[in-house]
Ligand binder design. Structure first.
Ligand code: CMC
Length: 430
């Protein structure tokens, strides 16, 4: 039975607003007619209470620590699926059968190479350029090479551009690393899995054979799956916002990459390791840093802690923490940072400040320890996040484009500035 919410406004205005219900019983008050009927808008800086769309891609329940892609729990996907299958699931709405998976993999292989001209771009970046700066610029540049629209009308245009992005982003990421260490680019190889191919492009050199270690490949597969989508987070909301102006898939995703880069979002994975290194270099006095995080004047936060939505635990962090122990043991790596991270978590979780604010380790807290163990340089961590999040951005871009009711994103504001004043000629100004 449909219900209405009743809003009483000053001046005895009363308006009934429709209530929407999601398939997991989430509730929303539809305020889309509020302004036209009453002159009021709603205020929600940071959009903590604002639904910007209806979506059938990802469900998460922050109180219960649930995350599902297309209904499938993240834990099942993490333990059983391949990243390519998950990408297909997120973008096309169902797990692929063998024929569909083979066709999708074939498309990824077909599009793995970069246009040879694009290689020249890498030499134009400064040696100090952050890989996220390079990646975002290169993804935006893809629009110049593939200017055709990504129409989702079944003509295959979207499928081709989606496959291009998923495949080429891996090549772009590996090439940017190769450039930074002054080694020759290693081209993709069709007979390798998505993750094995990436590791080979990163770490092979022409002088020797390179066999991707299955432990490393599995670890990467796991991390990419856990990052693949997270409903309306900052970068995904950015992709949707840019797409709502009918910008291209490449332009929208490039914007998403830049939003991800910030340290409060995907950039946190790099900052976590830098923070743990700093604590270690400082003698490992965790209490000192906990106190700093509690002091608002310090400007310091425990990176990898807290989440807008998860108020109990982040299920991705639970899986990654367990994987950390497994991967490091299997690789025979001992990382003192892992012990430090565990101690920091324990101390924070028993501290009233963190308990009261429901601050728990998030996906970024332990992921960097695995990336480090498998040889990924710290400044590439957020690039790895981007590789993982790409299917989500693409799936959300498609969902928006397929929705005939979507409108350009254009929030309102409450103006608090100067009321009307006259222009003062320069010789009359104080
Ligand atoms: N360390 C210390 N205090 C914190 C932290 C933290 N990491 N996170 C939040 N708080 C405090 C914050 O100061 C505020 O305190 P008070 O109520 O006294 O003013 C309270 O907790 C609520 O924080 P908020 O900033 O209003 O929460 P938010 O939902 O706007 O921000 C967040 C969420 C993830 C940006 C934030 O928790 C944070 O900055 N965490 C550190 C950065 C990080 O790990 N980011 C990765 C997020 S998960 C992956 C992703 O999205 O990419």
């Amino acid at each position: 039975m449909s219900q209405n919410a009743v809003l009483h406004l000053p001046g005895d205005q009363i308006i009934e607003l429709p209530v929407l219900s999601g398939s997991e019983n989430e509730k929303a008050v539809d305020i889309s007619k509020l302004r036209s009927k009453t002159g009021y808008i709603t205020m929600d800086p940071g959009y903590g209470n604002t639904g910007s769309c209806e979506s059938s891609i990802t469900f998460l329940d922050g109180e219960k620590g649930i995350l599902r892609y297309r209904g499938i729990p993240i834990e099942q996907l993490a333990s059983q699926a391949s990243f390519v299958e998950v990408a297909y699931l997120i973008i096309y709405g169902k797990l692929p059968n063998q024929t569909e998976l083979d066709a999708f993999t074939g498309k990824l292989n077909h599009h793995a190479l970069l246009h040879e001209d694009m290689k020249h771009f890498f030499s134009s970046f400064s040696g100090q350029a952050h890989p996220m700066a390079i990646l975002s610029a290169m993804v935006a540049s893809l629009s110049g090479y593939y200017p055709e629209e990504s129409a989702t009308d079944g003509t295959g245009a979207f499928d081709a551009n989606a496959a291009r992005l998923i495949s080429k982003i891996r090549t772009l990421a590996a090439f940017s690393y190769k450039k930074s260490v002054g080694q020759p680019f290693i081209y993709p190889k069709d007979d390798l899995s998505y993750c094995a191919n990436f590791m080979r492009m990163m770490f092979a050199v022409p002088a020797t054979d390179y066999e991707p270690d299955p432990v490393v490949v599995d670890a990467l597969n796991l991390l990419l799956i856990l990052h693949a989508d997270h409903e309306q987070n900052c970068s995904t909301a950015t992709v949707r916002t840019v797409a709502s102006s009918h910008a291209s898939l490449f332009a929208s995703v490039a914007a998403g990459i830049l939003a991800l880069w910030g340290p409060l979002h995907g950039g946190a994975n790099q900052k976590v390791i830098e923070m743990l290194e700093m604590i270690r270099a400082d003698g490992g006095n965790i209490g000192k840093f906990i106190d700093m995080a509690k002091d608002k004047d310090s400007g310091f936060r425990i990176m990898g802690f807290g989440h807008r939505v998860y108020k109990n635990f982040d299920p991705r962090a639970t899986v990654i923490k367990k994987a950390c122990d497994n991967v490091l043991t299997k690789l025979g790596v001992q990382d003192p940072i892992l012990d430090l991270a565990k101690q920091l978590e324990e101390i924070a979780l028993s501290d009233d400040y963190f308990v009261e604010r429901k601050l728990y380790p998030n996906v970024d807290f332990y992921s960097g320890i695995i990336y480090r163990a498998i040889g990924i340089p710290v400044n590439m961590f957020t690039v790895m996040f981007a590789l993982g999040r790409l299917p989500g951005w693409i799936g959300q871009w498609k969902e928006l484009m397929d929705d005939p009711t979507h409108r350009i994103t254009r929030p309102r504001q409450i103006y608090q500035g100067q009321t009307e004043v006259d222009y003062v000629p320069i010789d009359k100004r104080a």
